[in-house]
Design a protein around this ligand. Structure first.
Ligand SMILES: Nc1ncnc2c1ncn2[C@@H]1O[C@H](COP(=O)(O)OP(=O)(O)OP(=O)(O)O)[C@@H](O)[C@H]1O
Ligand SMILES: [Mg+2]
Length: 430
């Protein structure tokens, strides 16, 4: 049995040796990391590869440039790259506003990624560690023991009661002075905030970030969105900070999706092979979504294991596609699909019509992925789908996914929340 996880993963890619493609974005990361001030923003559709890019940004901030060298852009590495200590925090929808975000940052106890781990404190034991297997890897710091006073942030230096902004500033100042400068002799602290789009009230966050950004403290924010204004509402206040750091993550070109299969084959070290041509077929099914490539790749390995072969040929691949079409291959996507249609064959048909609506495939269009109900209504009625308007609510209701989101500025226009699910529906048999 070959373990599919050796070559494929549904997880965020942390290890640079597993990261495929995105050379332009890596180039942007290098220039953003090496500019002394400025905010970095990363945005794109769900599942397109934002967090994985963010983890590579973190590596670059630590001075780890193996990925850039492998991508053939080694000449862009400055002779003295700016180096950082890093904080990585993933936001969630219970964070109400900017102050609550700072409070979370001051209290998070993650041993490798939190801000609190870097705040100097008596008795706390912090050691250097590297985030990748590369020999050149730059070190970061992690906590191995939180110290005699425990992990309550109020026990740490300079907490100002009822003033989280000042407390945060004090934490950051002491980190910069003691850890960044004295201990590690780095240039700055990088605070990476993933899933920034889910923070409920983003008013004023732009100006907050602006006031906290210095040549020694840089922020990177990331989330689902079409541009910076989806992440930071008062983006006017950060406009001058964003000259270099606007990273828009688009679906992958087919050659890069295919390269994921090639990279996986290398990781399997010949224990399992893909017959030539299969990679192209997988890339074609996945429409630029690396998550789907990873899932299908993994399923191919599972299927090869099941029929006891080490060669993923057309018969293995066809079986995977067949299982996909009949809902047997990907239980998570299948249950999202079933939840949305909810035992209604009419809704099922409507959902397929919507998913199949041709949308502009232009990588540079804002309209990417949008669909218009009107365009499918007529076909639906021709196919005897009754009461289209009564079928729609379930598709936009949170409880059932949702599969679709209304585009507020355009009446009758929707967007598939998860483009991978949309592609799944297209491939799924009715
Ligand atoms: N450059 C890459 N090379 C190989 N696989 C990738 C790459 N980028 C992303 N993936 C794969 O795609 C999937 C989604 O990646 P990731 O979690 O980074 O996306 P995301 O945009 O942050 O998603 P979400 O919107 O759900 O947060 C993962 O399975 C990951 O393994
Ligand atoms: Mg993510």
């Amino acid at each position: 049995m070959i373990d599919p996880e050796i070559g494929f993963t549904a997880d965020v890619i942390r290890d640079p040796s597993r990261f495929v493609g995105r050379t332009d974005l890596i180039r942007d990361c290098i220039s953003a990391i090496n500019s002394s001030t400025g905010l970095i923003s990363v945005f794109g559709k769900r599942g397109v590869g934002k967090s994985s890019l963010l983890r590579q940004l973190q590596q670059i901030a630590l001075g780890e440039y193996a990925l850039a060298k492998r991508a053939g852009i080694g000449h862009l590495i400055p002779s003295k790259p700016r180096t950082y200590l890093t904080v990585y925090y993933t936001c969630d929808s219970l964070i109400g506003n900017g102050k609550e975000l700072l409070s979370r940052l001051c209290n998070d106890q993650n041993a490798e990624d939190s801000l609190l781990r870097l705040v100097p404190d008596d008795g706390k034991e912090v050691i250097e560690f590297v985030r990748s297997k590369e020999v050149s890897a730059g070190a970061d710091l992690k906590v191995v023991k939180w110290g005699s006073k425990g992990v309550e942030s109020s026990k740490y230096a300079k907490v100002v009661q009822n003033d989280i902004v000042q407390t945060f500033r004090n934490f950051v100042d002491s980190i910069v002075l003691h850890q960044v400068k004295k201990r590690m002799k780095r240039d700055a602290l990088l605070i990476i905030l993933d899933e920034f789009d889910v923070i409920q009230d983003k008013d004023g966050i732009g100006s907050l970030i602006k006031s906290l950004t210095t040549s020694e403290v840089k922020f990177a924010v990331c989330g689902v969105g079409r541009d910076l204004s989806d992440l930071i509402h008062d983006h006017a206040s950060v406009e001058r900070l964003i000259e270099q750091g606007v990273l828009s993550v688009r679906p992958m070109p087919p050659a890069e999706s295919e390269a994921i299969i090639v990279r996986a084959s290398e990781l399997f070290k010949g224990d399992i092979r893909f017959e030539p041509g299969i990679g192209t077929k997988i890339a074609d099914l996945c429409q630029g979504y690396p998550y789907f490539v990873q899932l299908i790749g993994k399923q191919c390995v599972n299927e090869a294991n099941a029929v006891n072969t080490r060669l993923i040929d057309h018969s293995v691949f066809d079986k995977v596609v067949d299982d996909l079409r009949t809902g047997k291959a990907f239980p998570t996507l299948e249950s999202a699909y079933q939840r949305a249609i909810g035992n209604s064959t009419d809704r099922q048909l409507l959902l397929h019509l919507l998913a199949e609506q041709p949308t502009e495939q232009s990588l540079f269009s804002d309209e990417i992925g949008r669909i218009v109900l009107k365009a499918s209504r007529q076909v639906a009625e021709e196919l005897n789908v009754q009461f289209v308007d009564q079928l729609m609510p379930r598709l936009v209701e949170k409880k059932y996914g949702p599969v679709l989101e209304r585009v507020p500025e355009r009446q009758g226009t929707y967007e598939f929340v998860n483009p991978v699910l949309r592609q799944y529906i297209r491939l799924r048999q009715l």
